[in-house]
Design a protein around this ligand. Structure first.
Ligand SMILES: Nc1ncnc2c1ncn2[C@@H]1O[C@H](COP(=O)(O)OS(=O)(=O)O)[C@@H](OP(=O)(O)O)[C@H]1O
Ligand SMILES: [Mg+2]
Ligand SMILES: [Mg+2]
Ligand SMILES: [Mg+2]
Length: 327
Protein backbone atom coordinates (compact mmCIF):
# COMPACT_ATOMS: atom_id res chain seq x y z
CA UNK A 1 0.00 0.00 0.00
CA UNK A 2 1.31 3.47 -0.89
CA UNK A 3 2.18 5.54 2.14
CA UNK A 4 0.14 8.67 2.69
CA UNK A 5 1.92 11.83 1.49
CA UNK A 6 0.68 13.65 4.60
CA UNK A 7 1.08 11.04 7.34
CA UNK A 8 3.49 13.21 9.34
CA UNK A 9 1.25 16.29 9.00
CA UNK A 10 -1.72 14.22 10.16
CA UNK A 11 0.14 12.79 13.14
CA UNK A 12 1.37 16.21 14.29
CA UNK A 13 -2.03 17.84 13.70
CA UNK A 14 -3.90 15.24 15.75
CA UNK A 15 -1.34 15.40 18.55
CA UNK A 16 -1.54 19.22 18.61
CA UNK A 17 -5.33 19.44 18.91
CA UNK A 18 -5.36 16.67 21.51
CA UNK A 19 -2.80 18.63 23.60
CA UNK A 20 -4.80 21.85 23.16
CA UNK A 21 -7.95 20.04 24.33
CA UNK A 22 -6.22 19.38 27.67
CA UNK A 23 -5.75 23.10 28.28
CA UNK A 24 -9.31 23.90 27.21
CA UNK A 25 -10.79 21.19 29.42
CA UNK A 26 -8.77 22.28 32.40
CA UNK A 27 -9.77 25.94 32.02
CA UNK A 28 -13.40 24.98 31.49
CA UNK A 29 -13.33 22.95 34.69
CA UNK A 30 -12.09 25.96 36.69
CA UNK A 31 -14.99 28.12 35.43
CA UNK A 32 -12.59 31.06 35.48
CA UNK A 33 -12.28 31.94 31.83
CA UNK A 34 -10.81 35.46 32.08
CA UNK A 35 -13.01 36.49 29.18
CA UNK A 36 -12.07 39.51 27.07
CA UNK A 37 -14.15 41.19 24.41
CA UNK A 38 -12.65 41.70 20.95
CA UNK A 39 -13.23 44.69 18.67
CA UNK A 40 -16.15 42.92 16.99
CA UNK A 41 -17.61 42.36 20.52
CA UNK A 42 -17.06 38.59 20.25
CA UNK A 43 -15.57 36.84 23.29
CA UNK A 44 -12.07 35.42 23.64
CA UNK A 45 -10.76 33.58 26.70
CA UNK A 46 -7.56 32.35 28.32
CA UNK A 47 -8.31 29.01 26.68
CA UNK A 48 -8.43 30.47 23.13
CA UNK A 49 -4.96 31.98 23.64
CA UNK A 50 -3.54 28.91 25.38
CA UNK A 51 -4.85 26.57 22.72
CA UNK A 52 -3.42 28.75 19.93
CA UNK A 53 -0.01 28.87 21.65
CA UNK A 54 0.15 25.06 22.00
CA UNK A 55 -0.96 24.27 18.45
CA UNK A 56 1.20 26.93 16.76
CA UNK A 57 4.27 25.80 18.72
CA UNK A 58 3.74 22.22 17.57
CA UNK A 59 3.29 23.19 13.91
CA UNK A 60 6.23 25.59 13.92
CA UNK A 61 8.52 22.97 15.46
CA UNK A 62 7.53 20.19 13.10
CA UNK A 63 7.21 22.28 9.93
CA UNK A 64 9.34 25.41 10.37
CA UNK A 65 8.43 28.07 7.84
CA UNK A 66 4.84 26.91 7.28
CA UNK A 67 2.56 29.93 7.67
CA UNK A 68 -0.46 29.63 9.98
CA UNK A 69 -3.69 31.58 9.51
CA UNK A 70 -5.17 31.43 13.02
CA UNK A 71 -8.01 33.38 14.59
CA UNK A 72 -6.26 35.05 17.53
CA UNK A 73 -3.20 37.27 18.02
CA UNK A 74 -1.37 38.48 21.10
CA UNK A 75 -2.19 42.22 20.85
CA UNK A 76 -4.75 42.24 23.69
CA UNK A 77 -2.45 40.19 25.95
CA UNK A 78 0.39 42.68 25.49
CA UNK A 79 -1.66 45.57 26.97
CA UNK A 80 -0.38 46.55 30.44
CA UNK A 81 -3.85 46.24 32.00
CA UNK A 82 -4.15 42.64 30.75
CA UNK A 83 -1.03 41.38 32.51
CA UNK A 84 -3.07 39.13 34.81
CA UNK A 85 -4.72 37.46 31.80
CA UNK A 86 -1.31 36.93 30.17
CA UNK A 87 0.03 35.45 33.40
CA UNK A 88 -2.90 33.05 33.52
CA UNK A 89 -2.33 31.99 29.89
CA UNK A 90 1.35 31.34 30.64
CA UNK A 91 0.44 29.36 33.77
CA UNK A 92 -1.92 27.14 31.76
CA UNK A 93 0.56 26.64 28.89
CA UNK A 94 3.31 25.73 31.41
CA UNK A 95 1.24 22.71 32.48
CA UNK A 96 2.11 21.21 29.07
CA UNK A 97 5.30 23.15 28.30
CA UNK A 98 7.01 23.69 31.70
CA UNK A 99 9.86 25.79 30.28
CA UNK A 100 7.58 28.30 28.51
CA UNK A 101 8.23 31.99 29.23
CA UNK A 102 5.85 34.91 28.65
CA UNK A 103 7.76 35.84 25.52
CA UNK A 104 7.61 32.25 24.23
CA UNK A 105 3.86 32.13 24.68
CA UNK A 106 3.30 35.50 22.99
CA UNK A 107 5.49 34.54 20.06
CA UNK A 108 3.81 31.11 19.65
CA UNK A 109 0.40 32.83 19.53
CA UNK A 110 1.72 35.25 16.91
CA UNK A 111 2.87 32.40 14.67
CA UNK A 112 -0.80 32.43 13.68
CA UNK A 113 -1.02 35.96 12.30
CA UNK A 114 -0.43 35.07 8.66
CA UNK A 115 -3.32 36.32 6.49
CA UNK A 116 -2.15 35.97 2.88
CA UNK A 117 -2.79 33.02 0.61
CA UNK A 118 0.26 30.71 0.31
CA UNK A 119 0.84 27.48 -1.63
CA UNK A 120 1.10 25.64 1.69
CA UNK A 121 -0.56 27.04 4.82
CA UNK A 122 -2.25 25.86 7.99
CA UNK A 123 -5.42 27.34 9.38
CA UNK A 124 -6.41 27.14 13.05
CA UNK A 125 -9.42 28.01 15.15
CA UNK A 126 -8.02 27.49 18.68
CA UNK A 127 -11.55 27.43 20.09
CA UNK A 128 -14.40 27.42 17.62
CA UNK A 129 -17.68 28.16 19.35
CA UNK A 130 -16.20 30.28 22.14
CA UNK A 131 -19.76 31.10 23.21
CA UNK A 132 -20.46 27.37 23.52
CA UNK A 133 -17.25 26.97 25.53
CA UNK A 134 -18.42 29.73 27.90
CA UNK A 135 -21.79 27.98 28.30
CA UNK A 136 -19.93 24.70 28.99
CA UNK A 137 -21.50 23.24 25.86
CA UNK A 138 -19.96 22.32 22.50
CA UNK A 139 -16.75 23.79 21.12
CA UNK A 140 -13.98 22.54 18.84
CA UNK A 141 -10.28 22.95 18.15
CA UNK A 142 -10.01 23.01 14.38
CA UNK A 143 -6.77 22.64 12.45
CA UNK A 144 -6.33 22.12 8.71
CA UNK A 145 -3.55 22.11 6.13
CA UNK A 146 -4.29 23.86 2.82
CA UNK A 147 -2.25 23.07 -0.26
CA UNK A 148 -2.91 25.38 -3.19
CA UNK A 149 -6.14 26.44 -1.53
CA UNK A 150 -7.43 22.88 -1.07
CA UNK A 151 -7.88 21.31 2.35
CA UNK A 152 -5.64 18.22 2.43
CA UNK A 153 -5.39 17.40 6.13
CA UNK A 154 -7.83 18.04 8.99
CA UNK A 155 -7.84 17.48 12.74
CA UNK A 156 -10.93 18.48 14.70
CA UNK A 157 -11.14 17.96 18.45
CA UNK A 158 -14.57 18.17 20.06
CA UNK A 159 -13.89 17.81 23.81
CA UNK A 160 -17.53 17.89 24.96
CA UNK A 161 -19.10 15.77 22.25
CA UNK A 162 -20.69 12.53 23.46
CA UNK A 163 -22.06 9.51 21.64
CA UNK A 164 -24.99 7.15 22.02
CA UNK A 165 -22.62 4.20 21.56
CA UNK A 166 -20.57 4.54 24.74
CA UNK A 167 -19.97 6.67 27.82
CA UNK A 168 -17.04 8.35 26.11
CA UNK A 169 -17.00 12.14 26.02
CA UNK A 170 -14.53 13.96 23.78
CA UNK A 171 -13.49 12.92 20.28
CA UNK A 172 -10.95 13.85 17.67
CA UNK A 173 -12.03 13.65 14.03
CA UNK A 174 -9.42 13.55 11.30
CA UNK A 175 -9.01 13.20 7.56
CA UNK A 176 -6.49 13.29 4.74
CA UNK A 177 -7.95 13.99 1.28
CA UNK A 178 -8.59 10.73 -0.56
CA UNK A 179 -8.04 8.56 2.54
CA UNK A 180 -11.40 8.69 4.37
CA UNK A 181 -12.49 10.24 7.65
CA UNK A 182 -11.81 8.86 11.11
CA UNK A 183 -12.75 9.35 14.74
CA UNK A 184 -10.93 8.47 17.93
CA UNK A 185 -11.64 9.09 21.57
CA UNK A 186 -9.56 11.95 23.01
CA UNK A 187 -8.41 9.47 25.65
CA UNK A 188 -6.90 7.13 23.00
CA UNK A 189 -6.34 9.25 19.89
CA UNK A 190 -4.37 6.57 18.02
CA UNK A 191 -7.28 4.18 18.11
CA UNK A 192 -8.97 5.57 14.98
CA UNK A 193 -12.02 4.11 13.29
CA UNK A 194 -13.56 5.07 10.00
CA UNK A 195 -16.76 7.16 9.88
CA UNK A 196 -19.38 7.63 7.17
CA UNK A 197 -22.23 10.04 6.64
CA UNK A 198 -25.75 8.64 6.91
CA UNK A 199 -27.22 6.80 3.91
CA UNK A 200 -30.53 8.64 4.21
CA UNK A 201 -32.00 9.33 0.77
CA UNK A 202 -35.31 10.86 1.80
CA UNK A 203 -35.27 14.52 2.79
CA UNK A 204 -38.41 13.96 4.88
CA UNK A 205 -36.44 11.69 7.20
CA UNK A 206 -33.46 14.04 7.41
CA UNK A 207 -32.18 15.75 10.53
CA UNK A 208 -31.01 19.38 10.49
CA UNK A 209 -28.05 20.66 12.44
CA UNK A 210 -27.69 24.40 13.00
CA UNK A 211 -25.88 27.09 14.96
CA UNK A 212 -27.08 28.01 18.42
CA UNK A 213 -26.55 31.72 17.83
CA UNK A 214 -29.30 33.08 15.60
CA UNK A 215 -26.86 35.81 14.53
CA UNK A 216 -24.72 33.17 12.79
CA UNK A 217 -27.42 31.50 10.68
CA UNK A 218 -30.88 32.68 9.67
CA UNK A 219 -33.14 30.31 11.60
CA UNK A 220 -36.44 31.53 10.12
CA UNK A 221 -35.05 30.98 6.62
CA UNK A 222 -33.92 27.48 7.55
CA UNK A 223 -37.34 26.56 8.98
CA UNK A 224 -38.81 27.71 5.67
CA UNK A 225 -36.42 25.33 3.86
CA UNK A 226 -37.19 22.53 6.31
CA UNK A 227 -40.90 22.99 5.49
CA UNK A 228 -40.18 22.82 1.75
CA UNK A 229 -38.22 19.60 2.21
CA UNK A 230 -40.97 18.09 4.35
CA UNK A 231 -38.70 17.84 7.41
CA UNK A 232 -40.69 17.50 10.59
CA UNK A 233 -37.94 16.85 13.14
CA UNK A 234 -36.68 19.76 15.24
CA UNK A 235 -33.21 21.06 14.37
CA UNK A 236 -30.32 19.93 16.52
CA UNK A 237 -28.64 23.14 17.70
CA UNK A 238 -24.95 22.87 18.39
CA UNK A 239 -22.09 25.33 18.69
CA UNK A 240 -18.95 25.09 16.62
CA UNK A 241 -17.59 22.75 13.94
CA UNK A 242 -18.90 19.89 16.07
CA UNK A 243 -21.86 20.32 13.65
CA UNK A 244 -19.68 19.05 10.79
CA UNK A 245 -18.58 16.14 12.99
CA UNK A 246 -22.17 15.19 13.80
CA UNK A 247 -23.09 15.07 10.07
CA UNK A 248 -19.83 13.25 9.24
CA UNK A 249 -20.56 10.45 11.72
CA UNK A 250 -24.10 10.06 10.39
CA UNK A 251 -26.11 11.52 13.29
CA UNK A 252 -27.63 14.31 11.19
CA UNK A 253 -27.88 14.80 7.44
CA UNK A 254 -27.87 18.56 6.90
CA UNK A 255 -25.88 21.48 8.32
CA UNK A 256 -27.09 24.84 7.08
CA UNK A 257 -25.39 28.14 7.75
CA UNK A 258 -27.56 30.66 6.01
CA UNK A 259 -26.14 34.18 5.78
CA UNK A 260 -27.64 36.62 8.25
CA UNK A 261 -25.93 39.99 8.12
CA UNK A 262 -25.34 41.06 4.54
CA UNK A 263 -21.62 41.55 4.16
CA UNK A 264 -20.53 39.01 6.81
CA UNK A 265 -17.74 37.01 5.22
CA UNK A 266 -17.02 33.55 6.66
CA UNK A 267 -13.49 32.82 7.94
CA UNK A 268 -11.58 29.80 6.62
CA UNK A 269 -10.78 28.53 10.15
CA UNK A 270 -14.52 28.19 10.88
CA UNK A 271 -14.95 25.64 8.05
CA UNK A 272 -11.72 24.13 6.65
CA UNK A 273 -11.26 21.17 9.03
CA UNK A 274 -14.97 20.33 9.27
CA UNK A 275 -15.38 20.55 5.51
CA UNK A 276 -12.71 17.90 4.78
CA UNK A 277 -13.98 15.61 7.54
CA UNK A 278 -17.50 15.63 6.01
CA UNK A 279 -16.26 15.21 2.44
CA UNK A 280 -14.03 12.29 3.37
CA UNK A 281 -16.92 10.70 5.27
CA UNK A 282 -18.96 10.72 2.04
CA UNK A 283 -20.69 14.09 2.35
CA UNK A 284 -20.79 17.23 0.22
CA UNK A 285 -20.11 20.85 1.17
CA UNK A 286 -20.96 23.94 -0.91
CA UNK A 287 -22.03 27.49 -0.26
CA UNK A 288 -25.69 28.52 -0.52
CA UNK A 289 -25.32 29.01 -4.29
CA UNK A 290 -23.96 25.48 -4.77
CA UNK A 291 -20.35 26.59 -5.32
CA UNK A 292 -17.49 24.72 -3.62
CA UNK A 293 -15.89 26.60 -0.71
CA UNK A 294 -12.85 28.48 -2.01
CA UNK A 295 -10.05 28.32 0.56
CA UNK A 296 -7.48 29.95 -1.75
CA UNK A 297 -8.09 33.61 -0.88
CA UNK A 298 -6.35 33.95 2.48
CA UNK A 299 -8.27 34.20 5.76
CA UNK A 300 -11.68 34.84 4.24
CA UNK A 301 -14.08 32.72 2.21
CA UNK A 302 -14.56 35.85 0.14
CA UNK A 303 -15.97 34.01 -2.89
CA UNK A 304 -18.70 32.26 -0.90
CA UNK A 305 -21.87 32.96 1.00
CA UNK A 306 -23.07 30.68 3.79
CA UNK A 307 -22.59 26.91 3.85
CA UNK A 308 -24.65 23.84 2.98
CA UNK A 309 -23.14 20.61 4.24
CA UNK A 310 -24.98 17.33 3.74
CA UNK A 311 -24.56 13.57 3.86
CA UNK A 312 -23.98 13.73 0.07
CA UNK A 313 -27.07 11.93 -1.25
CA UNK A 314 -29.39 14.78 -0.21
CA UNK A 315 -27.16 17.61 -1.40
CA UNK A 316 -28.81 18.49 -4.71
CA UNK A 317 -32.28 18.45 -3.21
CA UNK A 318 -31.24 20.61 -0.25
CA UNK A 319 -29.31 23.06 -2.45
CA UNK A 320 -32.36 23.39 -4.72
CA UNK A 321 -34.59 24.08 -1.71
CA UNK A 322 -32.17 26.75 -0.48
CA UNK A 323 -32.20 28.32 -3.95
CA UNK A 324 -36.03 28.32 -4.04
CA UNK A 325 -36.12 29.75 -0.55
CA UNK A 326 -33.98 32.65 -1.71
CA UNK A 327 -36.16 33.56 -4.66
N1 LIG B 1 -22.58 37.08 11.89
C1 LIG B 1 -21.92 35.93 11.81
N2 LIG B 1 -22.27 35.04 10.87
C2 LIG B 1 -21.63 33.87 10.77
N3 LIG B 1 -20.64 33.48 11.61
C3 LIG B 1 -20.27 34.33 12.57
C4 LIG B 1 -20.88 35.59 12.74
N4 LIG B 1 -20.30 36.21 13.78
C5 LIG B 1 -19.35 35.36 14.25
N5 LIG B 1 -19.33 34.25 13.52
C6 LIG B 1 -18.46 33.09 13.63
O1 LIG B 1 -19.22 31.99 14.09
C7 LIG B 1 -18.36 31.12 14.81
C8 LIG B 1 -19.13 30.25 15.72
O2 LIG B 1 -20.06 29.64 14.94
P1 LIG B 1 -20.99 28.58 15.50
O3 LIG B 1 -21.56 27.81 14.37
O4 LIG B 1 -20.29 27.82 16.57
O5 LIG B 1 -22.12 29.43 16.15
S1 LIG B 1 -23.00 28.86 17.28
O6 LIG B 1 -22.26 29.08 18.52
O7 LIG B 1 -23.30 27.49 17.04
O8 LIG B 1 -24.18 29.63 17.25
C9 LIG B 1 -17.47 32.06 15.52
O9 LIG B 1 -16.26 31.35 15.72
P2 LIG B 1 -15.47 31.52 17.13
O10 LIG B 1 -15.15 32.99 17.24
O11 LIG B 1 -14.26 30.70 16.86
O12 LIG B 1 -16.35 30.99 18.21
C10 LIG B 1 -17.31 33.24 14.58
O13 LIG B 1 -16.14 33.19 13.83
MG1 LIG C 1 -13.89 34.03 18.03
MG1 LIG D 1 -14.67 29.92 14.96
MG1 LIG E 1 -12.44 30.76 17.73
Amino acid sequence: MATSPYSEELRIAIEAVVEASKICRHIQSTEDFAELSKNDKSPVTVADFGSQAIVCKAIQEAFPGDPIIAEEDSAALRLPDQISVLERVVKEVKKLQPAASKEDVLSWIDQGVSRDPAPRTWTLDPIDGTKGFLRKEQYAIALALLIDGQVQVAALACPNLDTAESDDVGFVFSAVRGEGAFVASLSSPNDRRSIQTSDCTSAKEARFCESVESGHSDHSWSSEIAKQLGISRDSVRLDSQAKYAVVARGEAEIYLRLPTKPGYVEKIWDHAAGCLVIEEAGGTVTDVHGYPLDFSKGALLSENQGVIATNGTLHEEVAAAVKNGTA
